[in-house]
Design a protein around this ligand. Structure first.
Ligand code: CUA
Length: 339
């Protein structure tokens, strides 16, 4: 367990590459807010005194407007608002555009714990070991209600939503132990849904990984599931041309897929997930809706493993599609929630 810091700090530690950008924007915003609060309150007090009614029958002088004054109070607030917008957008995109060259870690939330799996197979509960100076991409979902994955010292937070994947990334800059919180009220023990992110030097991280090698990687576990669930009987290499009743899966990740009805979708994590749980939702052009649903037969972790396996079949598991979809989704609502 962590101790509360002995001295009170104004802000949490800045322990990721994004932290300083977020704080600079925050202080700029705070400064503007304070400046105008003081200005407006001072003007109110000054005007109350200066323009008070001095005689019972006093009538104020009529005012016919001032072009100069109106120009000033339109142009200056416009410039300030635009500076906040441009700066905010810059930080927003830095934070929500998920880089491609990142270490993939899978996160499943449930009442009331965090389960993580590393690309090499190691699993952790309420602890996450990551190397310093390396971009980390989290692909997250939940088994029950909405949670939110929040690391204050890194200034990153992302909703973890049932029925879909959300992603976030960070790059830690200092070794140490950092609080991990659930930042979305999720029931009785919400306040105890906490954990620790342990940032290690790269060599220490390698040593930590090699101390826990008995596990299969998510992609290998996905491959086993792919066999035991019988996916291989329909999804042959070569697809229909090879006599398969389902489309070929090798190489599809991140690529556009032509659907029955002329639509095209990009085969990202959320599309693969939907195709496993609700196969008739989007039928690939040239195939029929014969795939049974695997709803209830695979857990959230197994779904992530199946997707990791399908990703691993692709020459390069480019993530640009998911990234832009995520940014658009997050842009459409400030919480990054859709439902
Ligand atoms: Cu999970 Cu609050």
């Amino acid at each position: 367990m962590q101790q509360f810091p002995s001295e009170l700090k104004l802000m949490p530690e800045q322990a990721s590459t994004i932290a300083q950008q977020v704080d600079a924007l925050f202080y700029y915003w705070l400064g503007i807010t304070l400046f105008f609060t003081v200005l407006i309150v001072a003007a109110i007090i000054l005007f109350v005194v200066k323009y008070r009614r001095r005689a019972p029958g006093e009538i104020p002088r009529p005012i016919f407007g001032s072009m100069k004054l109106e120009t000033i109070w339109i142009v200056i607030p416009f410039l300030i608002a635009m500076s906040l917008f441009v700066w905010g957008a810059k930080v927003y995109f830095a934070q929500y555009r998920i880089p491609k060259d990142a270490l993939d870690i899978y996160v499943v939330g449930k009442q009331w714990m965090w389960k993580m799996q590393h690309p090499t197979g190691q699993r952790e509960i309420n602890e996450l070991h990551v190397p310093m100076g390396r971009k980390i991409r989290l692909t997250m979902t939940t088994e029950d209600v909405i949670h939110s994955f929040y690391i204050p010292d890194f200034r990153v937070k992302m909703d973890v939503v049932p029925g879909r994947y959300t992603q976030m990334w960070f790059e830690a800059t200092k070794p140490g132990r950092y609080h991990l919180f659930c930042a979305e009220y999720c029931g009785m023990n919400h306040s105890r849904m906490t954990g620790t992110v342990i940032v290690m030097r790269p060599d220490e991280y390698q040593a930590w990984l090699s101390g826990n090698t008995s596990q299969l990687s998510p992609a290998q576990q996905g491959e086993q599931l792919f066999q035991t669930l019988g996916c291989t009987t329909c999804h042959l290499n070569g697809g229909r041309d090879a006599g398969g009743r389902g489309p070929q899966l090798a190489g599809i990740f991140g690529k556009p897929v032509q659907l029955e009805g002329g639509q095209t979708v990009v085969a990202d994590e959320n599309y693969l997930r939907e195709s496993i749980l609700n196969p008739s939702a989007k039928i690939v052009a040239g195939y029929s809706a014969i795939m049974p649903t695997y709803q209830g037969q695979v857990s959230e972790e197994q779904l992530l493993q199946l997707i990791a396996y399908i990703k691993s079949l692709s020459p390069q598991s480019g993530n640009a599609a998911m990234t832009s979809a995520n940014a658009a989704q997050a842009a459409s609502s400030p919480n990054g929630q859709r439902r």
